[in-house]
Design a protein around this ligand. Structure first.
Ligand code: BTN
Length: 320
């Protein structure tokens, strides 16, 4: 990656100014080099705002229709391209139609608002203006275990939010994104798979950023802007999520699932908590003791029995 790309990457992941000293130390170069690279970027048309005391900031108007420009500079394994829509029914459905027509891996459908946003377990998903609602087409050559794909995407989303906002979001199994115990993001993984072939996977990602939540959700959910106490620029968050998603997906393709599990555990809100697990035909209550190598949640029930949970919904009861 060239030094110019690195500077764009650092500036586009930050909501605030990055000082020249910090940039120089992150890149391992002198302040003089930083100045030279910034001048070059400005000459190329990058809107870098230079503040004499605070440093540098990439001016990004919170306009998702310009995302294609920024995505081009992502130095990722997955080659992303963006389809922007002011409104749609559900980005999942549009991404699926594109996947069926042969759209390539990395195709992203993003909408300003969705009329019929979909959540896990056939729930609806509220998606008014101001949030990030997008679906990414992935075409892994093989999938050993769909649960691990789901967890990898969760880690990517949570890490992307953390790196771009500094907010310490966590993951509720399998992949709800929480801030202070309230939901700020959700992930819906769908796809067409056969025994030996993956046709496509659609990773649907919803993050509450500057949107207003309907009153009935505010007890259980929140937004990143409420957490940060200010309106946030969505573009750095989106780009950071795509970068981190790419990093986790690359681990998956290289068979390095252990690293994904380790990262998930670090970000976990669920482990060591009492949970109620609601499955199709039964409910169990117990302590979430571990995340197993295949992505299952290990729960120890009151009777001392260990249960491996592969799907279902969990409710956190109280701190253990
Ligand atoms: C959940 O927590 O239940 C998952 C929510 C997933 C919401 C996202 S927003 C983008 C994509 N399009 C949809 O209709 N749903 C997903």
């Amino acid at each position: 990656m060239s030094i110019e790309d690195k500077v764009i990457e650092i500036l586009s992941s930050s909501q605030n100014y990055v000082s020249g000293t910090n940039l120089a130390s992150m890149l391992g170069v002198s302040r003089v080099t930083v100045n030279r690279v910034i001048k070059k970027l400005i000459a190329k048309g990058y809107p870098v705002d230079v503040h004499p005391r605070l440093g540098y900031r990439l001016v990004m108007i919170d306009d998702l229709s310009s995302l294609s420009l920024y995505v081009k500079n992502l130095n990722t394994y997955v080659k992303y391209s963006v389809h922007y829509l002011p409104a749609c029914s559900s980005t999942q459905d549009i991404a699926e139609s594109l996947a069926i027509e042969g759209a390539s891996e990395g195709t992203v459908v993003i909408a300003e608002r969705m009329e019929r946003g979909r959540g896990r377990l056939r729930r609806s998903w509220s998606a008014s203006e101001g949030g990030l609602w997008f679906s990414v087409i992935l075409r892994p050559p093989f999938v050993k275990n769909l649960q691990l794909v789901t967890l990898a995407i969760g880690v990517g989303v949570a890490s992307g939010i953390r790196k771009s906002t500094g907010l310490e979001v966590k993951l509720k199994w399998p992949n709800d994104v929480l801030y202070n115990g309230k939901k700020v993001g959700g992930i819906l993984v769908e796809g067409k798979l056969e025994a030996d072939k993956v046709h496509y996977i659609i990773a649907g990602i919803g993050v509450n950023v500057n949107n207003t939540l309907p009153p009935e959700l505010t007890e259980l959910a929140t937004t990143l802007s409420s957490a940060a106490g200010k309106k946030l620029n969505r573009i750095p968050i989106f780009l950071s999520i795509l970068r981190e998603l790419d990093a986790q997906y690359s681990l998956l393709l290289r068979g390095e699932e252990k690293k994904i599990i380790k990262e998930w555990k670090k970000l976990s809100y669920t482990l060591n908590k009492m949970v109620e697990v609601v499955m199709d035909n039964e409910k169990i209550v117990g302590l979430a003791v571990d995340l197993l190598p295949d992505g299952a949640l290990l729960v120890k029930t009151g009777e001392g029995e260990f249960r491996k949970i592969y799907s279902g919904d969990i409710i956190h009861l109280r701190e253990a």
